[in-house]
Design a protein around this ligand. Structure first.
Ligand SMILES: NC(=O)C[C@H](N)C(=O)O
Length: 446
């Protein structure tokens, strides 16, 4: 597939034929179920859009039966920005229901297959976007990342996925899961394309009260693969990862050294604290955000005998099992008597995680860690929800601390599946992040 950088040079007529070509390819690979719909707005470069980002006039369901048939009444800010910069929202990509998952198996549209091995998951929750880019069915895509939902599917499908600093990209028009963690970001074929798409979607937005009012400028015009950075590695953290991930980690360290970067060893707190803090915070916020789907304000109503019964029937029929589980968990941690013991404590742990990262970033420019403990799982392998949550150990602390991070393919495991690793930067240090990622990508390709 043509890259985003190359697509910038295409004429209107060439873009129109690219879209026809894409439609034919998507139809030929329909079994992947990467897209849940093919729609198009505008004449620009086609960008695939996750099913939780509003595009005016398009269906938007967050992969949930409760929203089937709902038509977005306005454009998300990121969509306005694409349209203003010669890009076209093109196609709706599949996702885990309300972005709750790591495999894209929980969508109301059915699972998405990993294009590199159809027996394996594409990762999640932005699995449709990752599969579309990896299969050559999209030039680039948008995903959203609450606890790894861009980076992990990117790693499982062998593409690049980037989560910006919290507040960098407007969440206006993004279906809310956990509002203090969610960020929209680019999913692309390479690092440079990710920087190009990031430049377009980032920026202050008064419509999002958590949007960062800063003007740090664009990054793609200042990309520099020759920078010499100080990069932290975290050996303790990596020791529980699979052998193939540890091998990729060693390979990346070697490549970074060869590119002239200075490597220093650091340690991070046991990720079991990240898991607890994340799954308390995320479920608490999700419970609040999903309260509006009651069949009266939002959501497909299932009429009950009285109002309470209508709420019950609507929510029991509309939400899948994982979403219901998280709503119950969230209500539990917020309920009186448990609020201090769980929710407040999780916020304290979150602060400790932020402080730990801040301290490391006083000394280094970037941190290198795995994205997932192993390569893409076979379907059904993570049927135990706790096991699914534990698979997020390497990605969620980045969201808890609000940091920018990028996942890029580093190695191929013996089973033929890609191994991705992530670079993490200090808040708002996206330029350094992209420079480091480009340097690693260039070194690995050389
Ligand atoms: N939404 C995400 O970023 C994925 C994460 N595994 C979750 O279920 O919360």
């Amino acid at each position: 597939m043509i890259t985003l950088k190359e697509a910038l040079k295409l004429s209107k007529a060439e873009l129109a034929s690219l879209k026809e070509e894409l439609k034919a390819k998507i139809a030929a690979k329909a079994e992947l179920n990467a897209y849940v719909d093919i729609l198009n707005v505008g004449e620009g470069i086609p960008i695939a859009i996750k099913d939780n980002i509003q595009v005016s006039g398009w269906s938007v369901t967050s992969g949930s039966n409760i929203l089937k048939g709902y038509i977005a009444p306005y454009n998300a800010t990121v969509i306005e920005k694409l349209l203003a910069n010669g890009m076209s929202p093109f196609g709706r990509t599949n996702m885990d229901e309300f972005a709750m998952g790591s495999t894209t198996e929980s969508s109301c549209y059915g699972k998405t297959l990993n294009p590199l091995n159809h027996n394996c998951v594409p990762g999640g929750s932005s699995g449709g976007s990752a599969a579309a880019v990896a299969a050559g069915l999209a030039v680039a895509a948008l995903g959203s990342d609450t606890g790894g939902s861009i980076r992990q599917p990117a790693a499982f499908c062998g593409i690049v996925g980037m989560k910006p600093t919290y507040g960098r990209v407007s969440r206006y028009g993004l279906g809310a899961y956990a509002s203090s963690l969610d960020q929209i970001g680019p999913m692309t074929q390479n690092v440079e394309d990710a920087a190009i798409l990031y430049d377009i979607i980032q920026g202050y937005d008064p419509k999002d009260s958590t949007s960062a009012d800063r003007n740090d400028g664009t990054v793609s015009d200042k990309l520099d693969a020759n920078v010499k950075l100080k990069i932290a590695i975290v050996p303790d953290y990596v020791k529980d990862a699979s052998e193939e991930v540890r091998k990729a980690y060693a390979k990346a360290i070697e490549a970074l050294k060869n590119a002239g970067h200075t490597i220093v060893e650091k340690s991070l707190m046991d990720p079991k604290y990240d898991i607890s803090a994340y799954y308390i915070t995320a479920t608490a916020e999700a419970t609040t955000n999903l309260a509006r789907y009651d069949g009266i304000r939002y959501g497909n109503r299932v009429e009950g005998e009285n109002l309470k019964d209508t709420f019950l029937q609507t929510r029991s029929n509309g939400f899948g099992p994982e979403v219901q589980r998280r709503i119950m968990l969230g209500n539990f941690v917020l309920s009186s008597g448990y609020y201090d013991a769980y929710y407040v404590k999780a916020q304290k742990v979150r602060r400790l995680i932020q402080e730990e990262y801040n301290k490391i970033f006083e000394e280094v420019d970037l941190i290198l860690t795995p994205v997932a403990p192993r390569t893409a799982y076979e379907f059904g392998a993570l049927s135990d929800p706790l096991e699914m949550y534990l698979s997020d150990i390497y990605t969620i602390s980045v969201n808890l601390a609000g940091l920018p991070a990028i996942s890029l393919p580093v190695d191929t495991a013996e089973n033929g599946m890609p191994v991705g690793l992530q670079l993490i930067a200090a808040p708002y240090a996206e330029q350094t992040l992209f420079n480091g990622a480009l340097s690693l990508e260039t070194q690995l390709q050389g």
